[in-house]
Design a protein around this ligand. Structure first.
Ligand code: NDP
Length: 282
């Protein structure tokens, strides 16, 4: 039976470490890390995420600035807010909650954020830095996966790593980080031929496709490490991952549950990026 990688416990440890460093930073340098979260419109899921981020900031001792703008906000108004936040010395990290309403050009908005405050690491400047392995910020979810592996003492070097999913926020950066850790990396997507056979080669399988319980035991090699990034809702409303946990856990060596695996790491990594931004000029 696989060892469960407990993202709740690991993320709580990371948040505690961040809180300690934050207290020290306040005492020695008089700096309070500040995160500005901008949300446009009324999307209920986004509102929950924003509330959780605010709570996480409070817990680690950060200042948190929430900007809740109406659905009708014009692009130039949002850009002007971002420019103001770029200049604000109390704001070290800026996060614009996605998705934005249709009339706003997401790319243009993300480009307006100062890369030094881009704690989501979505700005092309930061994406480029990740490609060359010289980065300040990592996108929160793939960074969270790397922390889970590191803190579970899972060796990546020389291992066959298969990432299923190639989005800009999960799959692609995940593949780059595994490559930088000396994994032999294969990236799969919806056009991959014989996905099952490719997955069965994996020593480390990262499932990030957003399809409820898609990966059953037939996709997994005995003794593989299985990281489930997916967050899906079953018909009965309960949450599940991309992996059929009950079938895969008996054959994997390590596995992350959903909920309670990768999910809690994402916010912990956002806090980490904000702390990094706040200490960058010291
Ligand atoms: P996207 O929808 O942007 O990307 C999904 C990827 O999966 C695409 O590359 C797609 O391929 C691929 N894919 C879809 N179906 C299949 C299939 N049947 N076989 C092989 N590949 C397939 O999703 P995200 O990357 O944003 O998110 C993925 C999952 O991770 C979602 O469940 C999301 O909710 C979750 N998530 C979890 C986070 C967390 O904090 N734990 C944070 C972010 C996301 P193609 O490119 O060919 O279309």
């Amino acid at each position: 039976m696989a060892q469960i990688i407990d993202g709740k416990v690991i993320s709580a440890t990371i948040r505690r470490e961040i809180a300690e460093k934050t207290a020290e930073l306040k005492e020695k340098e008089g700096i309070v890390p500040g995160l500005a979260v901008v949300i446009v419109g009324e999307d209920p899921a986004s509102k929950v995420y924003v509330r959780n981020k605010h709570r996480a900031c409070e817990e680690v001792g950060f200042a948190s600035f929430a900007y809740e703008l109406p659905e009708t906000t014009k692009e130039k108004e949002l850009l002007s807010l971002i420019r103001k936040l770029n200049k604000d010395k109390n704001v070290h990290g800026i996060l614009v909650q996605l998705p934005l309403p249709r009339h706003l050009d997401e790319e243009k908005i993300l480009l307006a954020i100062d890369p030094a405050k881009d704690v989501d690491a979505f700005h092309p400047y930061n994406v480029g830095k990740i490609m060359i392995g010289n980065y300040d910020f990592l996108p929160c979810t793939p960074a969270g996966v790397m922390e889970l592996l590191r803190r579970s003492n899972i060796e990546i070097s020389g291992k066959e790593c298969v990432v299923v999913g190639r989005s800009n926020i999960v799959g692609k950066p995940q593949a780059m980080l595994l490559l930088q850790a000396n994994g032999t990396v294969t990236v799969c997507h919806s056009r991959t031929k014989d996905l099952r056979a490719v997955c069965r080669r994996a020593d480390i399988l990262i499932a990030a496709i957003g399809k409820a319980e898609f990966f059953d035991a037939s996709y997994v090699k005995e003794g593989a490490v299985v990281i489930d990034v997916g967050i899906n809702r079953r018909a009965d409303g309960t949450l599940c991952g991309d992996v059929k946990f009950d079938e895969v856990a008996p054959i994997a060596s390590h596995i992350t549950p959903v909920p309670g695996g990768v999910g809690p790491m994402t916010i912990a990594m956002l806090m980490q990026n904000t702390l990094t931004a706040a200490t960058a000029k010291l």
